[in-house]
Ligand binder design. Structure first.
Ligand SMILES: Nc1ncnc2c1ncn2[C@@H]1O[C@H](COP(=O)(O)OP(=O)(O)OP(=O)(O)O)[C@@H](O)[C@H]1O
Ligand SMILES: [Mg+2]
Length: 243
C-alpha cells in the first residue's frame, strides 16, 4: 500500500522544465531513498510535496496524492508537521534566530498537541537524547549550533510530532559515521509507524537503510527498485556509474 503517490508530475522554474513526468509510489512503512547528482531535482520534488516551492516554480501537470488527497489542491498547513514532516537540507534556514531550541520544541508541540512547556521540555529531551544530544542544547540559539548539531536538532523537532510521513533531505550529511549510524538505526526502528522518503548522496547510507531506491537524473527517474536488485543488477548506465 502506498502513502504517497506522484503521478505524472511535471514542474518548471522560470519556464525551464526541472521535473519531467515523475511517476513514483512511496510504499507505507518503508524507506524510499532518492539518489541522483546535484541539481537533478531531488529537493525540488520534496519541496513540491510540502508546498514550499518559490514563486518562480510552476506545476505544469500531475498530481501528488497523500493517501487519497491531491496535495496540490489542498491547504498544506493542515498536513505539515503532524502528517508530513520535512527535514530540510539546510536546517539553519528553517530555524527562527530569535528563539532558542527549547522554544522551537514548545511552539511545535504546543501547536500540534497543546502540550505544556514542561511536557514539551520532557519530550524534547527524549528526542534529543536519541540524536546523541544533551539537554543543555535547549538553551542554545540556532546560530550557536554546529552544522551537525543543527541537523540533529532538526531531526528531533520533526520526529517529536510523530508524523506518518517524513521527507528527509540529506538529513545526516554533516554527521560523523558513528552518530550517523546511531541515527540511521533509530530511523529504521521507526519504520513500524513512519514512512520515509530520504534523499542522500551517500550510496553506503542508501544501501544501509533503503527498501526502495529511486535514481533520478536531470529531473527524470531513470531507475527504481529494491536494494538487492538495484545494487546487484543495475540497468541504467547512470546507476552503474553511481555504484
Ligand atoms: N528557487 C529556484 N529558482 C530557480 N531554479 C531553481 C530554484 N531552486 C532550484 N532550482 C533549479 O532546479 C534544479 C534542481 O534543483 P534541486 O535543488 O532540486 O536539486 P538537488 O537534486 O536537490 O541538488 P543537490 O543534490 O545539490 O541538493 C537545479 O537546476 C536548480 O538550479
Ligand atoms: Mg537538494
Amino acid at each position: 500500500m502506498s502513502i504517497l503517490n506522484y503521478q505524472n508530475l511535471t514542474l518548471t522554474y522560470n519556464e525551464q522544465e526541472i521535473l519531467h513526468h515523475i511517476d513514483l509510489m512511496i510504499p507505507k512503512n518503508q524507506i524510499t531513498v532518492i539518489v541522483g547528482q546535484s541539481g537533478s531535482g531531488k529537493s525540488t520534488l520534496l519541496k513540491a510535496t510540502m508546498g514550499l516551492l518559490s514563486d518562480d516554480a510552476k506545476i505544469i501537470e500531475g498530481k501528488i496524492l497523500f493517501e487519497e488527497d491531491n496535495l496540490l489542491e489542498k491547504d498544506l498547513d493542515c498536513y505539515r508537521g503532524k502528517k508530513i514532516g520535512m527535514i530540510f537540507q539546510n536546517p539553519l534556514t528553517y530555524f527562527d534566530d530569535y528563539q532558542n531550541i527549547e522554544e522551537h520544541f514548545y511552539e511545535s508541540l504546543h501547536t500540534h498537541f497543546k502540550y505544556s512547556k514542561k511536557q514539551s521540555r520532557e519530550i524534547a529531551i527524549h528526542y534529543l537524547k536519541q540524536m546523541g544530544l544533551e539537554k543543555t542544547i535547549l538553551n542554545k540559539y540556532p546560530f550557536e549550533l554546529s552544522g551537525g548539531m543543527a541537523q540533529r536538532v532538526m531531526i528531533a523537532l520533526v520526529l517529536c510530532l510523530q508524523p506518518s510521513l517524513v521527507l528527509a533531505d540529506e538529513p545526516t550529511s554533516s554527521l560523523d559515521v558513528v552518530i550517523q549510524k546511531q541515527i540511521l538505526d533509530y530511523l529504521l526502528n521507526l519504520k513500524k509507524q513512519t514512512t520515509f522518503v530520504f534523499v542522500t548522496h551517500n550510496i553506503q547510507v542508501a544501501r544501509y537503510i533503503a527498501d526502495q531506491i529511486v535514481v533520478i537524473k536531470d529531473g527524470m527517474i531513470v531507475e527504481k527498485g529494491n536494494v538487492e536488485t538495484l545494487f546487484n543488477a543495475p540497468k541504467h548506465p547512470y546507476t552503474k556509474s553511481l555504484l
